[in-house]
Design a protein around this ligand. Structure first.
Ligand code: CIR
Length: 259
């Protein structure tokens, strides 16, 4: 169960962040509105939302998921893989201190973005993407092992982060797209298949029995409803332009290992 969630408002220079999407420049006012709707959706799911002020030094800082990994036992501060995002991780420590006594850190040459971390019960899949290196995966595994969790790595070849392409829902069921369909790592699980035209919607969030999904992805919505999930839609167009999905915009603190 998730009780507390942390988000950060988009900064005015949000459009200066990193993107590969070719969907055009995002509109700041629209992004703010969509961010508010995202917060409303989290509240509807029963979460208390801590809203951090925008940080104008870092255009991508609204994507707070990348700077920490939060579990019911500890928080781990990451080391963002993109040059322009280095330093963002320091700005999340203070707020995490309100929720955790034990905060762990990566060090040295490690690089790791939270978007590459996919939790399945007490196991963590670590995507090895352009943002997460072997040293990052090694250090994170050591920390997780200390708390009784296991971890393994998954290559991420074609997309930004592991969770850009696959998300865990519950009861051995994932939702995924592209390189994660028919992928050996997930062969023992059910993977709801998101077609390539709706690939962006593979990044959704199961939160206390609702799945928050981006608006205007009818096939994914239908597939989730057919699989028995309740859905809440949020317009995400401005974040999609910056390669950001639903999970990227929050740190969701679990109170147990159900997620
Ligand atoms: C970036 O490229 O770092 C941002 N523009 C998007 C980050 C998305 N975060 C995520 O997938 N966890």
């Amino acid at each position: 169960m998730i009780k507390n969630v942390i988000v950060r408002k988009p900064s005015k220079n949000f459009a200066d962040g990193i993107t590969t999407s070719n969907l055009g420049k995002p509109n700041y006012e629209k992004a703010l509105k969509q961010h508010e709707q995202y917060i409303e959706a989290l509240k509807k799911c029963g979460c208390n939302v801590t809203i951090l002020d925008a940080d104008e030094r870092y255009p991508d800082s609204t994507f707070v998921e990348d700077v920490a990994i939060v579990t019911e036992k500890c928080a781990i501060i990451t080391k963002p893989g993109a040059q322009s995002r280095k330093g963002e991780e320091k700005e999340i420590i203070d707020v995490l201190k309100k929720f955790y006594n034990n905060i762990e850190f990566l060090s040295g040459n490690a690089c790791l973005d939270g978007g590459d971390i996919l939790r399945f019960e007490n196991h963590f899949y670590i995507g090895q993407s352009k943002r997460t290196n072997a040293e990052g995966a090694k250090q994170l595994t050591e920390i997780l092992n200390k708390y009784g969790y296991t971890a393994s790595t998954v290559p991420v070849k074609k997309i930004l982060h592991l969770k850009t392409g696959i998300i865990y829902l519950k009861e051995n069921t994932f939702i995924g797209t592209g390189e994660f369909i028919d992928n050996d790592t997930f062969k023992d699980f059910t993977v709801i298949n998101v077609d390539s035209k709706e690939a962006y919607s593979a990044n959704c969030i199961l939160i206390n029995d609702n799945v928050i999904i981006p608006k205007n992805f009818p096939n994914s919505k239908k597939a989730l409803i057919n699989a028995g999930y309740k859905t809440i839609e949020v317009e995400m167009s401005e974040f999609e332009k910056m390669d950001g999905g639903l999970t990227c915009l929050s740190l969701r603190i679990p109170v147990d290992n159900s997620k």
